[in-house]
Design a protein around this ligand. Structure first.
Ligand code: ZN
Length: 156
């Protein structure tokens, strides 16, 4: 028989699990959830011995059973709320990360435009841009002259 060590999940009054380790055969490992001390508190094992004084009488047992179910519910609730909080924290971190990225790309834009502006002020670039503008102006002037000449000829 293979034995596995599990930890008791009996919900204690302080809101935490008992957590006491107990050995159980691997066959029953999936079913058994309480340690020896709390085994009798499992509704399915109500006939079993329990050191818990609450379960000595049938009535009290029923009451204790309700308490246990309630405590388990509270624990599950706390756990799911913790998970929700973890999810919210993750989302908040993601939002912060995205905000950081936006700020970074904004500052990147500023850096790029700064460089562009700086490059345009660079005399070499200025000369090249002016050179292109002058060339365009010259060819436009030439074209205008050609048109004027054509029109003058037409008037003759
Ligand atoms: Zn226990």
């Amino acid at each position: 028989m293979v034995e596995v060590v599990k930890r008791c999940s009996f919900p204690m009054l302080d809101g935490y699990k008992c957590n006491k380790p107990f050995k159980v055969s691997s066959v029953k490992a999936g079913v058994r959830k309480y340690c020896e001390e709390h085994h009798g508190n499992d509704v399915r094992n109500a006939h079993r011995y329990s050191e818990n004084k609450l379960v000595t009488s049938t009535n009290v047992h029923a009451q204790a059973g309700n308490d246990i179910v309630m405590r388990e519910w509270v624990m599950a609730k706390i756990k799911s709320e913790t998970q929700d909080e973890e999810r919210i924290r993750k989302l908040e971190r993601e939002i912060e990360r995205l905000q950081g990225q936006i700020k970074k790309s904004e500052s990147d834009k500023k850096i790029v435009s700064k460089i562009v502006r700086k490059e345009l002020k660079n005399p070499a670039h200025k000369d090249r841009v002016e050179g292109i503008v002058v060339k365009i102006l010259q060819s436009t002037n030439k074209r205008i002259k050609e048109i004027e000449t054509y029109l003058e000829r037409g008037e003759e």
